[in-house]
Unconditional design. Sequence first.
Length: 463
Amino acid sequence: MKQNSLFDLFDQDEQDQQKQEREMRSSMLRPLADRMRPETLAEYYGQSHLVAPGSLLWNMIEKDTISSMIFWGPPGVGKTTLASIIAATTNSRFINFSAVQSGIKEIKAVMAQAEMARRQGERTIVFIDEIHRFNKAQQDAFLPYVEKGSIVLIGATTENPSFEVNSALLSRCKVFVLKALTTEEVQNLLNQALHSPKGYGDKTIDITDEQIYAIAHFAHGDARLALNTLEMIITNSPDDIHGVHVDGEIIKQVLGKRTLLYDKKGDAHYDMISALHKSMRNSDVQACIYWLARMLEGGEDPLYIARRMVRMASEDVGMADSRALEICIAAYQACMYLGMPECSVHLTHAITYLALAPKSNALETAYFAARDDARETLEEPVPLHICNAPTRMMEELGYGDGYEYSHDYPLHMTDMECLPPKLKDHVYYKPTDQGSEARVGKRIEQIQAIKAMIHQDRLNHKK
């Protein structure tokens, strides 16, 4: 057996020290956000509503009883981190899958491996980051393997899974909603990064609480953005033998103008159009103009907003002011002709008109009530007397028999029944007393009175 000399031992120690230094330098080259990524639930920051001891998700991770799930939340709140914690703690095969880089071929290859592992008694967890980027066919490729238990699927998405994940796949997954971190939570995270060995614990950083708060506020609940911003500021601030002195001017430059927090294909898209619609419905002109500006300055397609306004004109104003529909269609046409930035004023014109107009949802209520009846009576035939009879055979069968041409009668109407017998006397449209609809209501009452009179005359003639 070969004996190591003292020189060999010294040489080995030197090699080990050099290796440690190389690993340390390599680690410090990684972005701060990556170095600070928690490895256990105890280190995990935020989302206390999900990962508090004893909670469903906490139990699933701690007991390694993971089932298929979707993590849904804004960027930088810990979706991928939770997946990495599961990867570190599970006894299953863990496969990290990128929706950006993988197609049907790659999916099928991984699924075949997972099925083989299942037959050998081994479970496979497949993590898909940005699962919303998969199209329907790609998502469908996972479904049979999830159904028969070949894999446990974990997806992460910034998009609303109700819109972006196939309903069949979604029904087999538990959705966990992650929230943006509070400013206080982000401040605590920044302070941890300043003192942790994985962060700047080996450096003296001259930074004030006010500066930390400014960074945390700037991040708007995004932990990754907060850490990246802190790293940029520290890297570009002056340092000397006493440490790094965070430069106020650098902070001003980094935080000077924040990109608008708006993704026209993401949840902000739906949240802000909802805010615009509900502000209009509540006749809040100032809020309407603000949300309109937020969307347009964030890069939203003006035609999308214009289309939604056309819908609003009938859904929430309707017969209370029928001019609202005309104005919204005109605004839509202006957006088509002019585009941004010119059409911003036309959209402001339309949304202001909608906000100030009297409100009625009677048309929408009428349609939904009629729709429900229609779905229940799809087999109900059209009454023969209001059917056309283009052929002799149809005439002989009674098509059009008994039809009363309204213009041949006084007041241009009759009491002829036009609903199927099963729905006789059903009322769908019920005008409100708002704006022009009050006059509409009086006109309906007038029509009802005329038809009642005609009906009574018909009965009198039969006697």
